[in-house]
Design a protein around this ligand. Structure first.
Ligand code: HEC
Length: 394
């Protein structure tokens, strides 16, 4: 595809993905909050479980929650489902636009595994499908009656899948795919379970039957999972910006740690919504983040007396980076320099020495997909060059 066209397609679909994702998760946060703040133990009309008052945007709102359902159905009833569906559809479209259309750059990294593109795409789509089917079955077992144990099992299973992805895919693709899988489970829950059970409820009412209260509860375990998946997924969706996480040699474990931190934060808010203020959870999450950042810090390259000149470093960058990072890229997939970063002159290189070091030595997230086959020896040379420059500056 023409790179300029593909950039705009990416822009439009990504924009839609972010907007609908915000709308979906925003509504979900709101209803979780609402559920937790309903005032239940007061004089309420018959059949009403709780109510609350709120002020927002200059207006007063009075919301009531029914024990099961109102006696008669209102003419207009709002459903919340298209946000979730559109988020998934746009996300899947992005997988095609970014990862499947240029698999050798974004999906595969021959240093990780030399998969043929078709195999990598099959692995990607196959895992999403198998992941959903496996999870859907698991929800029908007795595990569903033990929510905490069930969630721990899920966490371990997803960590195993993240490990699996990390063994075959480009590291950033491994992260995004773990997120795509969790997102798929969440949307699958909405599409296959939560909305259908709501529909059963509404149909019963329309037929004039008293709905079975347990119907509303069928989506409970799924909603609970969606609730705790939210923060890990949100991190994964922006993880592309943080190469220190996804390029770590144990990137799947780093992801598990960050996810656990996100889950702890979500747990804090869930408890708070129920009136339990477990304040220690937030500082504990902050501390865990600091510890993680410390543990995975890039190791300094072995100090050396070797002096590499900028001229020598520039030769390496010419060979491995300028295809993309130039005012006139020659790489077929880029018509403009990615993120505006160019290495057309030695001055360009010196000015961006810290970024080059971060991307080629500390995290090895560049060259993208290592399409230009930069060797470890060359990375080491760039490391020496960076040290030489630093010493010069001192
Ligand atoms: C195949 C094309 C390609 C090649 C080759 C390539 N890059 Fe990149 N580079 C990208 C893309 C795309 C991005 C933006 C996405 C990202 O940050 O991962 C990027 C981002 C970067 C960034 C981050 C810019 C920012 O603002 O955060 C740096 C630094 C960088 N590259 C350095 C290099 C260096 C040094 C090399 C050579 C060793 C290199 N790149 C080779 C495509 C490439």
């Amino acid at each position: 595809m023409d790179p300029y066209l593909s950039e705009w397609l990416n822009l439009v679909i990504r924009w839609i993905h972010v907007i609908t994702g915000v709308a979906w998760i925003g509504a979900s946060f709101y209803f979780n909050w609402l559920e937790g703040h309903l005032e239940r133990n007061k004089n309420l009309p018959k059949g009403v479980a709780g109510d609350l008052w709120a002020v927002h945007g200059g207006g007063f709102y009075h919301v009531q929650k029914y024990e099961v359902a109102p006696q008669t159905l209102p003419k207009t009833l709002h459903w919340f489902k298209w946000e979730a569906y559109t988020t998934w559809l746009s996300g899947m479209t992005l997988l095609f636009i970014v990862y499947y259309s240029v698999p050798e750059v974004y999906l595969i990294n021959t240093a990780v595994a030399a998969l043929p593109p078709v195999a990598a795409i099959a692995l990607s789509l196959g895992t999403l499908l198998a992941g959903w089917l496996g999870y859907h079955q698991l929800c029908k077992t007795a595990l569903a009656e033990k929510p905490t144990l069930f969630f721990c099992v899920l966490f371990l299973a997803l960590t195993t899948i993240a490990f699996f992805f990390s063994q075959f895919l480009n590291p950033r693709a491994a992260y995004i795919h773990t997120g795509a899988l969790i997102g798929t489970l969440m949307v699958g829950n909405v599409f296959f379970v939560i909305i259908p059970s709501q529909r059963t409820l509404v149909n019963a009412l329309m037929a004039g039957n008293r709905p079975d209260p347990s119907v509303g509860n069928q989506g409970f375990i799924r909603s609970l999972h969606n609730n705790y998946f939210t923060l890990p997924v949100l991190f994964i969706m922006v993880s592309n910006h943080f190469p220190s996480t996804f390029t770590h040699s144990m990137n799947w474990l780093v992801l598990a740690a960050l996810s656990a931190i996100g889950i702890a934060v979500r747990h804090y808010f869930n408890l708070k919504n129920k009136g339990r203020n477990e304040r220690w959870l937030l500082p504990a999450a902050a501390l865990a983040t600091l510890v993680l950042a410390f543990v995975i810090r890039p190791q300094p390259t072995t100090s050396t007396t070797r002096t590499i000149t900028t001229e020598q470093a520039f030769t390496i960058v010419q060979t491995h980076c300028r295809q993309c990072h130039s005012a006139q890229p020659t790489d077929a997939h880029f018509q403009t320099a990615p993120n505006g970063v160019t290495f057309d002159t030695e001055a360009d290189l010196e000015r961006q020495a810290a970024q080059v070091y971060a991307r080629t030595v500390a995290t090895q997230s560049m060259p993208l997909g290592n399409t230009t086959h930069m060797s470890l020896a060359e990375r080491e040379l760039l490391g020496h060059w960076y040290q030489s420059i630093q010493q010069k500056d001192e």
